[in-house]
Write a protein that binds this ligand. Sequence first.
Ligand code: ARG
Length: 477
Amino acid sequence: MTTSSNPPNSAAPDQTSGMWGGRFSEATDAFVAEFTASVQFDQRFYKQDIAGSIAHATMLAKVGVLTEAERDDIIEGLSTIRAEIEAGNFEWRIDLEDVHMNIESCLTQRIGITGKKLHTGRSRNDQVATDIRLYLRDEIDDILGLLERLQKGLLGLAAKNVNTIMPGFTHLQTAQPVTFGHHLLAWFEMLVRDTERLQDCRKRVNRMPLGSAALAGTTYPIDRAYTAELLGFEAVSENSLDAVSDRDFAIEFNAAAALIMMHLSRMSEELILWTSAQFKFVNIPDRFCTGSSIMPQKKNPDVPELIRGKSGRVFGDLISLLTLMKGQPLAYNKDNQEDKEPLFDAIDTVRGSLMAFADMIPALVPNIEIMREAALRGFSTATDLADYLVKKGVAFRDAHEIVGKAVALGVAEEKDLSELTLEQLQQFSDLITADVFDKALTLEASVNARDHIGGTSPKQVEAAITRAHTRLEQLYA
Ligand code: ARG
């Protein structure tokens, strides 16, 4: 970041209060200039700012406020500036406060007095609100692309693990056997809702404030619908005061981002557990892990741990934005300049986290035998034995009692229910016959029996994956 070193130019402001020098009798204090500036972070949406200005100038020419020659000069000047920024040759000046004034000032230096006409019928208030919406719209589209890639990765891994059996947990205690594919589809569902939320949020992001000017609208015969069409907005904002002031669309995005991070933190937590020496359910390839500088045996699941941690900062960004907006009187207040850093942080964090997950998921290697053995411990088929007795006429509460006693024997003998002999089982109920092993006690019998939409049976998981592919196509159509 540099302060002013541009050559003086009659067409351009070269001192701190240049843009509003008319009303001021002294230059802005250097510290205040730096303190109030946003160019350090809002230069990030230079592309959207330039696109907005080009559309605005095009509209002004259409309605006769600018001549076609003026419009063309402005467009050419802005295009050159964009190329310079992209080549890293643009000098951002902190004394010019923000991205808007940096670009406008440079334009005037380049093309002379016509550059000063660009801001006709516009204010930085509607300009910045437009820029953030354009920027966020682009970022949402990128994030949706990453979500789609991650979802496809989950479906691919699930398809390979339709028959892989693992313990399902409640209270992190073994509950009932589930298929690994089913577990992965649970993650998939979370992400489907995240996608829907983002897509819904995008509709409200994609409305154009431009034309609201400072707060009340403008006296020029503007054609807002035309500008909106040029910029790909779905609609124009209905009220100028609201359009320049509210940042609810950014808060809404951040809330959706917070939910994505919450979901990723849950997946991360499971991966961290599963890769531990105590579980050993899954291997994460070395490229997603790091070692320890002191303990030679360590392979740490850094990526999921970091993402679990990063969820906290996105929740913090959400609270920052809510607090920023709370209690603000209409219309624009400088407070709103503080919307950018939390929003950018949420965008960057959710993007990076999704990228890491999208790369990591297809690379996971389940330890199928270890998962299966774990499912055999913890009496995961006890409910199946109770259901077996219910089907033979026993009331569920009584069946529960009978199975409880059988489990107690298993605990004493250190055996799973399926490892007890038929005679041992029959001492609890003479309704238990030799078919109990195939019908209730094996892991396969247990998962196969949950054979309805939303259930864990391999057949249902297979069908769910097929439906999921169709749903993805519709979701991202
Ligand atoms: N840099 C400002 C922001 O980020 C642009 C709008 C400034 N408007 C104003 N009236 N000071 O919000």
